[in-house]
Design a protein. Structure first.
Length: 193
């Protein structure tokens, strides 16, 4: 502090002492009251200054604690922000991978559908070929049976028995001619028992 400036509490205490000295010389009851009052006022003033300084110290401590807490919170917020940024990057990577997986699944579904269509087409083709082979076998068997019946003369008896005139012969003649031209069949002659 400045040399010429004194604290107000010190000046009040000095005045109270000087008043005491002066009051002892002349001790009237009014002057004693005034003297006591001045001493009380000086002590109250001193106590008030102490309280103010204590409150200021406590306020400064509170402010320091708040600043410390604020720095801790700020550091925590920065850590949380860094973690959130990492999680955002991870989510972006996961999203890209899910997009790739979705695209691959769509392509696999298309290829599987195409493969299944080919398999179904192949099965249908095989069924048609088998049916044609069965039909050809039936025609061959019928033609062979017709040729056998015709060569043994049993066909004429069957026609007479059922009363058919040239009906069966005409159907089998056409088949026999077609089959015989492509696949000649040698049928052994059957002897009646």
């Amino acid at each position: 502090m400045l040399d010429g400036a004194e604290k107000p509490e010190e000046t009040a205490a000095k005045k109270a002492k000087e008043d005491k000295k002066g009051s002892t010389e002349t001790a009237t009851p009014d002057s004693k009251r005034e003297e006591r009052k001045k001493i009380r006022d000086a002590e109250m003033e001193k106590d008030l200054f102490k309280d103010v300084f204590n409150l200021q110290d406590e306020s400064m401590q509170i402010v320091e604690r708040l600043l410390n807490k604020a720095t801790v919170i700020k550091e925590d917020a920065l850590d949380i922000n860094a973690m959130l940024m990492k999680q955002k990057e991870q989510l972006n990577v996961c999203d890209e991978q899910l997009d790739r997986i979705n695209t691959a699944a769509k392509m696999a579904r298309r290829e599987l559908t195409s493969f299944m269509r080919k398999v179904v087409r192949t099965k249908i083709l095989l069924v048609v070929i088998i049916l044609l082979l069965i039909l050809a076998l039936i025609l061959v068997i019928l033609a062979a049976g017709y040729i056998t019946l015709k060569s043994t003369g049993a066909l004429a008896e069957i026609e007479r028995f059922f009363g058919i005139t040239n009906g069966i012969s005409n159907i089998f003649n056409l088949t026999t001619i077609t089959v015989a031209m492509r696949y000649p069949i040698r049928v052994p002659k059957l002897t009646p028992i």
